[in-house]
Design a protein around this ligand. Sequence first.
Ligand code: DX5
Ligand code: ZN
Length: 217
Amino acid sequence: MKIAPSILSADFANLASEVKKVEQAGAEYLHIDIMDGHFVSNLTFGANVVQALRPHSKLVFDCHMMVEQPEKYVADFAKAGADMMGVHVEATAHLHSVLSLIKAAGMKAEVVLNPGTPVSAISEVLPMVDQVLVMTVDPGFGGQSFLPETMPKVAQLAAARKKNQWHFDIEVDGGLNDQTVKQALEAGANVIVAGSYIFGADDPAQSIAALRKASEK
Ligand code: DX5
Ligand code: ZN
């Protein structure tokens, strides 16, 4: 299991030290939520924040693009030091093209599914992706409740991966904590995003340890 703290719930006035905290606590990824106010009704940050954080961390920067036309931002994020870019199938008419662009720019390519979108919407790109993100809340905001009805999609992806000998990781995002993580792992997810559960806690390291412990049971 890899843990991907989402900085959406971090203290934006102290981002570098927040990132150091979760890195020292053993997180593997840093989940960076990019929102454009169009694809979702919220605004966050752009490639400039990725670039500013890059010298402060060796974590895998996992950029979750909740933006329309993600193809417009690939070059900027690669230059800023992103390791992985996740694009929503609902946000582009050019899914294959944008995933190819991400790989050509030297990043790992990830495809993302909203809760209302079936796995069949991404079947054609599954052989080429490094990671699939199954949203376990509707995107846009931190602190929402985990949707257990998304778990069959995780299981479906894990079965298709096995059958076809594909190699993508399966990430889940939204409402993850030391309880809901168990369902996600059981269904077949192996990358766990958590925002409010980690950065909303008094001690983020303790939340990370609790996620690890829950995964061992
Ligand atoms: C929501 C974002 C998530 C968010 C998760 O649109 O994609 O990454 O930070 O927050 P929690 O873990 O609080 O549900
Ligand atoms: Zn996210």
